[in-house]
Design a protein around this ligand. Sequence first.
Ligand SMILES: Cc1cc2nc3c(=O)[nH]c(=O)nc-3n(C[C@H](O)[C@H](O)[C@H](O)COP(=O)(O)OP(=O)(O)OC[C@H]3O[C@@H](n4cnc5c(N)ncnc54)[C@H](O)[C@@H]3O)c2cc1C
Length: 403
Amino acid sequence: MPVRATKRGAERTPLDGSWDVVICGASFAGLAVARELRASDARVLVLDRYEIGERQTSACAAPTQWLVNLGLDGAIQQTFSSLLVHAPRGRSFRWSLPWTFSTFDYRTLCALLAAQGDFTFETAKISGRTGFAVRNASGAAPGDVTPRNASGDVTVHTDRGDVSAPLVVDALGWRRVLSAEANVQPPRARLSRGLEIHPDGNGRDLELWLDPRYVRAGYGWSFPADTEVRVGVGSFEPRDHVKEPTLALAREVDVPAVRFQGNWIPHQIRAAVDDGVFFVGDSAGHCLPTTAEGIRTALYFGIACGRELRAVLDGQRTREEVLARYAAFSGEHAWKFGALLKVQNAVGRLNPTPLMPLVLRALTSRRLAHWAFEHYLAIAPPSFALAGEPLPSPRARAAAAAA
Ligand SMILES: Cc1cc2nc3c(=O)[nH]c(=O)nc-3n(C[C@H](O)[C@H](O)[C@H](O)COP(=O)(O)OP(=O)(O)OC[C@H]3O[C@@H](n4cnc5c(N)ncnc54)[C@H](O)[C@@H]3O)c2cc1C
C-alpha cells in the first residue's frame, strides 16, 4: 500500500475562509495555474486530498521540450527519440520522432513545479461548491456570467470547511467536481479506461502495442523510467475492462504485476468555464483523444488559465472578461480534439483488421512520421511555456515607478 502523508486528526483544523484565488487540485493542471500567479501579491490557496506529488496519476511521459521549457528537466528519467510499435503476429515497427519524449518522476516534477509558485497549500477533500455566479438570462455562451451577489465569490466545500474566492479553478480531474451541472458517470460518459503497473525493471524503448489480443479499441504501453517500467493498457471503450489485458501484457514483457494505478481518462473536450468556475486539464476534457496524452495539455491550458487570472489580479481585466477569454481559448482547440477523436474511433475500428499493420508500417516512413508528430505537437506547442513571462507584481511595478 502506498504511504499517505495527508493530514490526519488534530492536524485537520478548519480552513481559512476568504482568498483571492482557490485552485482545486495540485497535479499538472493545478500547479501550472499556480505557477503563473507567482509574485502577484495575491492570496492563493491550492487544495488537494493528497500531499503534492504523493499519488502518481499517470505513466509520466511527456514531450521533453515542455519539461525543459518549464524548468522541470530535473525530474527527467529517460528520453526517447523513437517509438517501437508492436502489431499482432510478432510484427514490430519503429517510428522516428521529430522531437523526444521523456519519462519523469512524478513526485520530483510536482515539487519542482510547486516551487515555482507562491501559494498556501492544504490537504482537503473537495465535495462541491455553491455558485454565486449564474448564467445570463440570455442563457448564452460559456463564460457569459453575471454575479448573483455583490462579491461574486464562489464557495468551495471541503471536509475541512468552506473556502471562497472570486476566482476558483477546478483542476480535479475527470470527475469535474465543481461543475454546476449533473455529471455523467462512466461507462456512459466520454471516458477511456487506463490501468498500469509499476514493476522494477528497465528498458531502452518507449513501446506501444496495437494488438486486439490485449484490447479491441485502444493500446498497450511499456514506458521505462530509470529503475522501473510502467506497463499498462488503455481502452477507448469504457465498457471493456483492462485488468486482464494489463496482466496479459505484463506476462508478455515478463514483469511482475505489482503497484497498480489506474483511472478514467476523458476523451472529449468539455466546457472550460461552467457557472463562474475555470476548468483545466482532465476536468475540462483537455486530454488528447487517440493517445490519451494529458500532461502536456494540462500544463498548456493551466498556463493559459493562470495568465488570464493574473490579468484580473493585476487589475487589467475583469473576472467576467477572463472567464469569456479562457472559455474562448479552450474552445478554439475543440476542432483539434474532435479530429483526434475521429482518429481514435478509426483506430478502434481498424485495430482488429489486417489494415492496421499497414497503417503502422506506413508510419515507419521518417517523412510521414515527422509530419504527423510535428502537427500533433503543435496542438499544444512547448513554446507556449516560454511566451509571456509573468508580469512583475503591482507592488514591484509601483516600486519601480517610484524609483
Ligand atoms: C494509467 C494512465 C496512464 C497515463 N499516462 C500518461 C502519460 O504517460 N502521459 C500523458 O501525457 N498522460 C497520461 N495519462 C493521462 C494523464 O494522467 C492525465 O491527463 C493528467 O494527469 C491530467 O492532469 P490533471 O492535473 O488535469 O489531473 P490529475 O493529474 O488527475 O490530478 C487531479 C488532482 O486532483 C486531486 N483530486 C481529485 N479529486 C479530488 C477531491 N475530491 N478533493 C481533493 N483533491 C482531489 C487528485 O488527488 C489529483 O492530485 C495517463 C492516464 C492514466 C489513467
